[in-house]
Write a protein that binds this ligand. Sequence first.
Ligand code: CA
Length: 229
Amino acid sequence: MSAQLSVLVVEDEAPQREVLVYNLEAEGYHVQQATSGDAALDLAREDAPDLILLDWMLPEVSGIEVCRRLKSAPETRSIPVIMISARSEEVDRVRGLETGADDYVVKPYSVVELMARIRTQLRRVRPASVGEILEFGDIQVNSEEHRVFRAGAELHLGPTEFRLLTTFMERPGRVWSRDQLLDRVWGRDIYVDSRTVDVHVGRLRKVLRGATGTDDPIRTVRGAGYALG
Ligand code: CA
């Protein structure tokens, strides 16, 4: 099982925000809320949510501007953004403005459809969370069946090592800091010493190397963290 996925809801109107939060929590997401563009940008930078639902009509900084800023900053660029707008003409403008939003929903929207669109975006950025099979080189992870293979041989990983490997496999090449791995693998609300990360990466390496004898696919990036490949 992968760690809980997080969604940031950006909407200034309380009733609409509450509907979103209620439905997202019912689907099992960890939900954060922002009522202004500035608060949204701060939360996105600090907590790196897995997805952002962004209302077009916000006081001060508009949703469009928030989206543009999210998509121009390296640390938030890869977070999927679904824009919510009141009128279809606005959606046309969003498309025309090329703000980089990943999808658009028009109010009044169907909650069922919105949830489906959220899953579509998450499948793209967090494929293991929706049960896709991940492959990197000769390593294969089936997150639904919780099985890992290397060069065709099944490996047996502990639950933490499994989540670590899944995290690496979802974004090959990405360098993860120990703090980012703690958030992703252990969860945001749990206190774990960052040296624990090293211990579990060590265990994961041992199992992965055991399969082929020598090849270690995990790279230690001095002063930064770990990456796959
Ligand atoms: Ca609004």
